[in-house]
Design a protein around this ligand. Sequence first.
Ligand SMILES: NC(=O)c1ccc[n+]([C@@H]2O[C@H](COP(=O)([O-])OP(=O)(O)OC[C@H]3O[C@@H](n4cnc5c(N)ncnc54)[C@H](O)[C@@H]3O)[C@@H](O)[C@H]2O)c1
Length: 361
Amino acid sequence: VEVITIELPGKSCRIEIEHGLLSRLGERIMEVRKTEQVAVVTDANVDRRYGATVRRSLRLAGLKPLWIRLPAGERYKTLRTVERVYDRLVQARFERGSLLVALGGGVVGDLTGFVAATYLRGVDVIQAPTTLLAQVDASIGGKTAVDHPKGKNLIGAFHHPRCVVIDPNTLSTLPRRELISGMAEVIKYGVIYDAEFFGYLERNMKAVLNLEKEPVAHMLRKSCAAKAFVVQHDEREKDLRRILNYGHTLGHAIETATGYRRVTHGEAIAIGMMAAGRLGQSLGLCGPEVVLRQKNLLERAGLPTALPKMPMGGIVKAMQLDKKVKGGLVHFVLPEAIGRVVVRPVGWDLIKKALRPTGWG
Ligand SMILES: NC(=O)c1ccc[n+]([C@@H]2O[C@H](COP(=O)([O-])OP(=O)(O)OC[C@H]3O[C@@H](n4cnc5c(N)ncnc54)[C@H](O)[C@@H]3O)[C@@H](O)[C@H]2O)c1
């Protein structure tokens, strides 16, 4: 088993990666906490594919979990669903020493994490992420949230999982578009933190997308290590952690302006990364080869690098409402080289100019 540990004041979080690990989830749970009160929260899609394996594994470990199955999809990441989960926990008289397990993608992970942060002022949670996005990003770092009708992730809390259990086998049933979408965050880690890893992806993208075992394990290990490093050094998102927002300033604006329907999160981030690269180049922070290498790798992963045809006004408006925008300047994470970024405030004129080659205007 590959193990990455995040050490934080007063707590630590283990990230474990191994093919087939879900069939040993019961044993992993017992190692984290010996309790009879375990609830598994999952969604209908994941339950259908992995529910039996996980139930068997928990039974073998002597556990009889409370099984909470939610409908799948972002539109259920709401306080109403949170309440449904609270109801089940209260009915089953779950106590402070109980443990929640989030089995699913980022939606299940964020929602279960939020329940764990708030139920009885906090109970332990184990994340068992089953999408690439959740394995390399959402399950790590302790950010939990649900959506409000006025916006995504508006209600949340910081609450680290005790353990993140990653079984790369789950990626084999993921729709292709979801897999590719998660790859945007993977490539992001190369650009913001790890030039050597970026080079590895350039050489092995095909093997990773074909889900060959060793390349996939390496990709997960390096991605989790990058996120773990950043989180460990900046738990509450004050400074360093901002670099994780690379590609997200424009990315979020695209998602908002398209009503979260036309492009996936990863596709929007890929376009945002290209915009940030071009901005970095036009500010003289990096050379054209940085932008070109990034473009080639994103394209090899099957990600878009140009803006979809859409009115520019919506995107600009969405960016202006972004919480990272201060005093008319947008704070962009910009590349200096592959593996190194800086945060700089940038004015609107330059933003519009730099975005033109991505298909804008
Ligand atoms: N907390 C954080 O730091 C953080 C970071 C990034 C994203 N997020 C959140 O993550 C969410 C997106 O996560 P996501 O992309 O995993 O979406 P998701 O959880 O909706 O999963 C995508 C779809 O794939 C299905 N699925 C999950 N695993 C599967 C598998 N192995 N095989 C087949 N189908 C499977 C799900 O049922 C769902 O329909 C967003 O709500 C976002 O806000 C949180």
